[in-house]
Design a protein around this ligand. Structure first.
Ligand SMILES: [Zn+2]
Length: 325
């Protein structure tokens, strides 16, 4: 599990708001009831005092058991009277309970010493939403990946069918120590689509995914280089890219060339590799071009440690546009 601190904190804040709202709604309801039935307020106060009596009895010593039994009987009698007053106003005890969004954990996020499903689900939704803001995650599912576009070329069709199967399998078995993948091939053959389909499945499983184009990462890395101490906290992008469970680096080679970014990308790829963390890189550069553009050691990391998937076919975006024209 690793959606990251930011998402966890946000989810906890959201739960806390929900808990406070539920509790103040219950307090308002009780107040309405006491206005109609001042006796009930009196009894509620006695119930509170009675509960404190138990501690007092223990501290004072004497026949504690007898004292506690007396307090218990009194407590039960007060409870019965309170319920009678409620029902005489057409209410039940449940009506004055706070209307928690999650009755199991009472909107605390934890139940029986474990993180509640509601908090897990909330983090999953937030992670999905955060990623969807810069990627068409909902459109890019395995179900929506159509092999029809590759049918005109039997070789491409077979290859893409194998790639789709491999990606589905990878997503189904995804873990924090899965292998890394290199999607290679011309633009418009579904590299982004399939990497996002994997991202969606990884998020569903509770993993923290960072997705972005090499261009957008390059801009963020450069900005942080010159803007240390800025409001976005220095080195945020770099540390996120290094530490996330799954990094998806899209369109490697389309970013503006920079020695600094090249070194930073090598460092990110290498650190993740040493830590055994999976990375998915897509590029339309050949291995030779990768070596020329970055470095021999960068290309050899990819060649040595990444499972390579070679995308074939005609630009499906072009075919899709033709179909609708
Ligand atoms: Zn819950």
């Amino acid at each position: 599990m690793g959606y990251g601190r930011k998402i966890y904190d946000e989810a906890c804040k959201k739960l806390e708001r929900s808990r406070r709202e539920a509790e103040s709604a219950a307090a308002r309801k009780a107040e309405d009831f006491y206005r109609l039935c001042p006796e009930a307020r009196e009894i509620k106060a006695q119930m509170g005092a009675n509960a404190c009596g138990a501690a007092r009895a223990v501290i004072q010593g004497g026949d504690v058991r007898k004292a506690l039994e007396g307090l218990r009987d009194k407590g039960l009698a007060l409870q019965r009277e309170y319920e009678r007053l409620l029902s005489s106003h057409g209410l039940s005890p449940a009506d004055l309970q706070p209307p928690y969004a999650c009755p199991r954990c009472k909107d605390t996020g934890f139940a029986d010493g474990h993180m509640c499903q509601c908090l897990k689900q909330m983090q999953r939704a937030m992670a999905f939403e955060a990623l969807s803001m810069n990627a068409p995650l909902e459109k890019s599912t395995f179900e929506r990946f159509s092999l029809d576009y590759y049918k005109s070329d039997p070789r491409a069709f077979r290859q893409m069918e194998n790639i789709l199967t491999a990606c589905k399998d990878y997503a189904a078995r995804f873990r924090s120590n899965s292998s890394s993948l290199l999607f290679r091939g011309p633009t418009g053959l579904g590299k982004t689509h399939l990497s996002l389909a994997i991202a969606g499945k990884a998020i569903e499983k509770g993993y923290g995914v960072v997705y972005g184009s090499a261009q957008s990462f390059a801009v963020a890395l450069e900005r942080e280089r010159f803007d240390r101490g800025g409001p976005d906290s220095p080195g945020d992008t770099n540390s996120q890219l290094v530490s996330c469970d799954l990094l998806i680096l899209d369109d490697l080679g389309t970013e503006f060339p920079s020695q600094y970014v090249n070194a930073a990308l090598y460092n990110i790829v290498n650190t993740r590799m040493l830590a055994g963390k999976p990375t998915i890189i897509s590029t339309n550069l050949s291995m030779q071009e990768l070596e020329q553009r970055y470095s021999q050691r960068f290309a050899s990391r990819l060649a040595g440690y990444y499972g390579m998937l070679e995308f074939l076919g005609t630009d499906v975006r072009f075919l899709r546009a033709q179909q609708y024209s």
